[in-house]
Ligand binder design. Structure first.
Ligand SMILES: O=C(CO)[C@H](O)[C@H](O)COP(=O)(O)O
Length: 231
């Protein structure tokens, strides 16, 4: 039985760490749920598990190093066996995702695309019937002309807001870009929206992840359950 949100995140982090096998190349997600995964994997590495890992952010890299997980890059390991990452919204059925409220969506998507398997870990609050009613879609954009990029995104029906790190200082991603948090009135066709956003000049990547997750490990009051993609 799991209780608080943190206990639920810990439960899914540990359940996902148990999926990792000797010899694997593992993608490490970013965020408060992924932190529990990295801690649990660090403990397994301390007990003798032999893996190498590719982090999706500088934050995760720092944590992984601190718990003794050996890190490599996509240059030497372009194929990843298993990536475990969090999500901001998970659409029931399709397992389409909104990711990037933690600001790491670009590296997360590159690592997901290089992965044979992507397992999402989350608590039940992340499950939705339709994406984008509650959470904005984070969109990473280059700094030059971001206002023009925002205007194009507005034409797609979004309300883009420049993300700030605090005060008037814009949030800068690990790739040196900006993030526009794009509020939509629900996303009826996530794949079409992903394509339309990616087609805007100045956009580096969107936080819509479509057909990428194999399954989600979701923690609730009753424990951890595995949800698979339908169709
Ligand atoms: O996409 C992400 C970071 O870019 C995170 O996976 C997402 O924001 C979920 O984070 P948390 O586990 O803290 O709710």
């Amino acid at each position: 039985m799991t209780d608080t949100q943190d206990e639920q995140k810990q439960a899914v982090g540990e359940a996902a760490a148990a999926l990792v096998e000797d010899g694997m190349v593992v993608g490490l997600g970013t965020g408060s749920t992924a932190r529990f995964l990295v801690d649990a994997l660090g403990r397994r590495v301390g007990d003798g598990l032999r893996i190498v890992a590719i982090p999706t952010s500088e934050r995760t890299a720092e944590q992984a190093r601190s718990v003794g997980i050996p890190l490599v890059g996509l240059d030497t390991h372009p194929r990843i066996d298993l990536t475990v990452d969090g999500a901001d919204e998970i659409e029931l059925g399709s397992l389409a995702l909104i990711k990037g409220l933690g600001g790491a969506l670009l590296r997360e998507k590159i690592v997901a695309a290089a992965s044979k398997r992507l397992v999402i870990i989350a608590d039940e609050s992340k499950l939705v019937k339709r994406l984008g009613r509650r959470t904005p879609v984070p969109v990473e954009v280059v700094r030059f002309g971001w206002q023009a990029t925002a205007a194009h995104l507005r034409e797609l029906g979004a309300e883009p807001i420049l993300r700030h790190a605090g005060g008037d200082v814009p949030f800068i991603t690990d790739g040196g870009n900006l993030i526009l948090d794009c509020k939509f009135d629900g996303i009826a066709d996530p794949r079409a929206s992903e394509l339309a956003i990616d087609d805007v000049v100045g956009v580096v990547e969107s936080g819509l992840f479509i057909n990428r997750a194999e399954c989600a490990l979701v923690a609730g009051i009753g424990g951890v359950r595995r949800i698979v993609r339908e169709g």
